[in-house]
Design a protein around this ligand. Structure first.
Ligand SMILES: Cc1ncc(COP(=O)(O)O)c(C=O)c1O
Length: 406
């Protein structure tokens, strides 16, 4: 139950800060550190720091959990995506969303392709199958991101890719644990690529995983993560060093043990948060289709400035004074970033509008219910005192209104 203290002022307007020590956006949680330390010590003592059995064990565990034939551990999601697209000859136009993290597009470019950005659906904020369909002619591949852990509408996207005769690769960086109508994310499309970086639900420190039903694709990615060298030093193509170390695999295995607990905690927090905000105008949650499961890698609000009375950027600035960390995932969208401004201009009205409206608030698996409700309550207070908040923010500008950080 939340206490709606609308009579108290938000910190930006002179009230007491909710989190004077600061509340981070995310926190990687690893339990039972002694067990993990023993595992790491065994690896160090074995002398096999890479290409060993821990990586193989992680691959087997993930393949089994996701019900997919092959899992290939890699150094990061970015390298996993690049190697997958390289193996699929995606070296022409690649239809993809602009409303995702920049690495989704960087991987396309590193694999020799050119992003062709398509718009998203207003409800899920994931790639819009109809918008993608209008752009697939002549494309060499399609990618879609399970944004924040929300599963994409995989059936419609598969139909678009199939009718165009091109591979579909999912950026599943956020989605290890998500499920579409009961089927785990991992087996959709030609391949799905996960991230194990510290802000994710399963963490390795740094790392990624490619899952696929196709043995030949898995084999090409295994070769690619090892420079393209099958062992005879006669490299078959220019690969990368994208191996995952044994130490990282040990951390990932340890973290994977907690996946179900973490998923339950995150979903519980998301429900608590949204219940506490019920009735507040101008805030909505990205839609997770009925029967789907999200990891809630991010807990993201879409803020309608006119109805709420403050923009997402203003809400972020006010929350910062309360000690609450936020990110504008994803603002600016990729097509407006310096790195991609040379591409032909494209109309992406939903992407551009939504990127102004999103705000991700703190969520990690072991966050307490009280912390979650305090964040919701801070938003309630900021809304209740929005006119005063706006006046205070005008004094802070432009520092308080600066671009969101990653
Ligand atoms: C959607 C998306 N794709 C790709 C990546 C890159 O993942 P990694 O840091 O493991 O390369 C991220 C990282 O956060 C991401 O959010």
């Amino acid at each position: 139950m939340t206490v709606l203290s609308t009579n108290r002022m938000p910190a930006i307007a002179g009230g007491e800060a909710r989190f004077p020590e600061g509340l981070p956006l995310a926190r990687p949680i690893l339990h039972d550190l002694p067990a993990l330390e023993r595992r790491l010590a065994d690896i160090l003592a074995s002398g096999m720091l890479t290409n060993g059995r821990t990586v193989r064990e992680l691959e087997e565990r993930v393949a089994e959990r996701l019900g997919v034939a092959h899992a290939v551990a890699v150094a990061s999601c970015t390298t996993g995506l690049a190697l997958t697209l390289q193996a699929l000859d995606a070296n022409g136009p690649v239809v993809m969303p602009s409303f995702t993290f920049a690495a989704s597009a960087h991987a396309v470019v590193w694999a020799g392709g050119t992003p062709v950005f398509a718009d998203i659906t207003l409800d899920t904020l994931c790639l819009d199958p109809a918008a993608a369909s209008a752009l697939v002619e002549g494309a060499s591949a399609m990618t879609a991101t399970h944004l924040y852990g929300t599963p994409c509408r995989t059936e419609s996207l598969a139909a678009v890719a199939e009718s165009a005769g091109i591979p579909l690769v999912y950026d599943a960086a956020h989605a290890l644990g998500s499920a579409r109508a009961g089927t785990p994310v991992g087996g959709f499309g030609a391949a799905e690529v996960f991230s194990l970086s510290p802000t994710k639900v399963v963490v390795a420190g740094e790392g990624g995983l490619v899952t696929t039903r196709h043995a030949d694709l898995a084999a090409a990615i295994r070769l690619g993560r090892d420079y393209g060298n099958p062992g005879d030093y006669d490299c078959r193509f220019p690969g990368l060093n994208a191996r995952m170390s044994e130490l990282h695999a040990a951390v990932a295995l340890h973290s994977l043990d907690r996946l179900d607990v973490n998923l339950a905690q995150r979903n519980g927090h998301a429900e608590r948060f949204w219940s506490a905000l019920a009735g507040l105008p101008g805030l909505r949650r990205p839609k997770v289709d009925d029967g789907d499961l999200s990891t809630f890698k991010d807990l993201t609000i879409v803020v309608d400035q006119h109805e709420f009375g403050l923009s997402a950027a203003e809400l972020a600035a006010a929350l910062r004074v309360d000690g609450i960390d936020t990110r504008r995932y994803y603002h600016p969208p990729i097509h407006l970033q310096h790195a991609y401004r040379m591409l032909p201009a494209r109309e992406l009205p939903i992407t551009e509008a939504i990127s102004q409206q999103v705000l991700s608030v703190p969520l990690w698996s072991d966050m307490t219910d009280e912390q979650m409700l305090e964040v919701a309550d801070a938003i309630v207070r900021i809304h209740a005192h929005r006119a005063r908040v706006r006046t205070e923010l005008e004094k802070y500008q432009p520092a308080a209104m600066g671009p969101g950080r990653r």
